[in-house]
Ligand binder design. Structure first.
Ligand SMILES: [Zn+2]
Length: 152
């Protein structure tokens, strides 16, 4: 998904190419684009929270999102732009979690600390060609800063 900011700049650029300079109309159109993008984000987050709270194919919070990623179920990752949090990873079996432990609960190998698990998730999602949306949204912030839509 194109970020609102980028979309805004993109459309501003198109305007300047194809429209005569008309400050008022241009300003109105740009505001319209921003409002549409903001509404889209609100709807996306609402759908995520509703789906997750009904036990549907969505997760909220770092622990659940990491678990879904470990299971290969994530197809669209959504997170707060400024979110960062640590997690642990097992290099032996690939397990990831948020618990404060030094030994893997699955295979008992040593766990490694990921200083910024959100960043690790984003990098991982990009290598898997998954959709990633960065956003600012109060509802998402209140429900754990990060979530994902799942394949099943
Ligand atoms: Zn392990």
């Amino acid at each position: 998904m194109v970020s609102p900011d980028f979309e805004y700049r993109l459309l501003g650029g198109v305007d300047e190419l194809f429209q005569p300079p008309d400050d008022l109309r241009r300003a109105y159109r740009r505001e319209g684009v921003q409002a549409a993008s903001a509404r889209m984000i609100v709807q996306l987050v609402e759908r995520l929270i509703t789906t997750a709270s009904k036990g549907g194919p969505a997760t909220l919070g770092l622990a659940n999102t990491l678990a879904a990623g470990f299971a290969g179920r994530v197809y669209h990752l959504l997170l707060d732009e400024s979110y960062a949090a640590p997690a642990v990873r097992c290099d032996n079996c690939g397990y990831v979690g948020v618990e404060d432990a030094s030994v893997c609960p699955l295979c008992e190998a040593d766990l490694r600390v990921l200083p910024d698990a959100a960043d690790s998730l984003v990098r991982w999602a990009m290598t898997q060609d998954l959709e990633v949306t960065f956003l600012h949204d109060d509802a998402l912030r209140e429900t754990g800063h990060i979530g994902a839509f799942l394949r099943y």
